[in-house]
Design a protein around this ligand. Structure first.
Ligand SMILES: C[S@@+](CC[C@H](N)C(=O)[O-])C[C@H]1O[C@@H](n2cnc3c(N)ncnc32)[C@H](O)[C@@H]1O
Length: 364
């Protein structure tokens, strides 16, 4: 009975976020048409069948999310975790930012940053107003709006998609511990293993680290990102409560500031579609270098053409609506081949809703 009620509460919670996301997007589109009719974006191929397919995939994702919590992979409380206070506080700012976005779209200014932002120390490919965000990833205002924007983009399923890295990571880490313990009878359950080290590459505002911390409360967690503003935001989120603070560091995915063979597990969520191809390769090389032999990397990113050609219209609409200069190239990039080329083995992939996952192991 308690389970049925919790499941119902979860479904209602997700439905609420879904309707809110849809309503927000409809209103935002209407406003843009009123104020800037010349910016109308023509999206083709969004048929009723495609929308039904998207609903089916979303339902499947949520069912899996619920099931993984039921199976004890992570606490049920994570299903309801939501930064309400932040969302309420920053939602008006999101609307106030819209005219600036329209201006940038109108004048095709995709590399514009406030004068007081020092852009000199960042790679050129990174200096973009991804999603048309004001100041790209380089201001506190952008960091404050980011989670809300992603939540609205995915109609409330962003964390459910992030959580899909947890089951493969947990079973991979468990295998590492079991192999190390050999024939000893006291194989420690990985959730309570203190020696486990996990790095989240491009941790952004810390959502994945929060999920990791609730799933592996005793593990040592690390987060690296290029954006000082997003790291400040992550620090804020992760400082709430009494749990251990992950070690956050500013750094580049393509030259990770860690020793060789240091981490048991790595996660990387929603980064690769925002990188040019050669940089994707370098990040993968670096992930391999810092992973311990026997450890694993779990990637979550956008779906790709090879797995879901039937969702081509969805993939085409993303860079048409948002500034995503490397996305089309990413959707055709063979990351499995890239992972294998640096030495990862036993590479598997999966698709959940509009995300694709790679699990790759470093040989022992
Ligand atoms: C789309 S966000 C994803 C953030 C987070 N992982 C999430 O799940 O929301 C992309 C993040 O990657 C970071 N980033 C982009 N290029 C990077 C690089 N070369 N090295 C490290 N971080 C990078 C950005 O600063 C930003 O925080």
């Amino acid at each position: 009975m308690a389970d049925t009620l919790t499941k119902l509460a979860y479904q209602t919670f997700q439905d609420g976020k879904n309707y809110f996301g849809l309503g927000h997007k409809a209103l935002a589109t209407q406003l843009r048409l009123w104020f800037k009719p010349e910016l109308k974006v023509k999206i083709e191929g969004i048929t009723p069948e495609l929308l039904a397919e998207m609903t089916r995939r979303r339902d499947e994702l949520l069912q899996r999310d619920w099931q993984d919590a039921e199976d004890g992979i992570y606490p049920e409380s994570l299903l309801f975790d939501n930064p309400w206070e932040d969302f309420l506080r920053y939602y008006p700012a999101l609307w106030l930012d819209m005219p600036k976005i329209w201006e940038r779209v109108e004048h095709k200014q995709y590399q514009s940053f406030d004068d007081d932002i020092d852009t000199r120390h960042f790679p050129q490919y990174y200096l973009q107003n991804f999603h048309y965000q004001t100041d790209g990833y380089l201001s506190d205002d952008s960091a404050n709006l980011y989670d809300l924007q992603v939540e609205l983009l995915f109609n409330g399923t962003a964390d459910a998609m992030r959580r899909r890295v947890l089951a493969p990571l947990k079973s991979g880490l468990q295998a590492v511990k079991t192999a190390k313990a050999g024939s000893q009878s006291d194989v420690m359950e990985v959730t309570n293993a203190h020696q486990i080290k996990v790095l989240d590459v491009a941790c952004g505002t810390g959502r994945t680290l929060k999920l990791l911390r609730d799933t592996f409360p005793a593990a040592s967690l690390y987060g690296v990102d290029l954006s000082p503003a997003y790291l400040r935001k992550a620090n804020q989120l992760l400082s709430q409560g009494r749990q251990t603070l992950p070690q956050l560091m500013q750094g580049q995915g393509e030259s990770l500031p860690y020793r060789d063979n240091y981490f048991d597990g790595l996660t990387c969520v929603f980064l690769f579609h925002e990188l040019p191809g050669p940089i994707r390769q370098q990040v993968i090389e670096e992930c391999f270098r810092v992973t311990k032999p026997g450890g694993l990397l779990v990637i979550c990113d956008s779906i790709q053409q090879i797995d879901t050609p039937e969702l081509e219209a969805v993939m085409a609409s993303f860079p048409a609506i948002f500034h995503e200069p490397y996305y089309r190239d990413y959707t055709q990039d063979d990351l499995t081949q890239r992972l294998a080329s640096v030495g990862f083995e036993d590479i598997t992939t999966a698709v959940h809703f509009v995300s694709k996952y790679w699990v790759a192991h470093k040989p022992t």
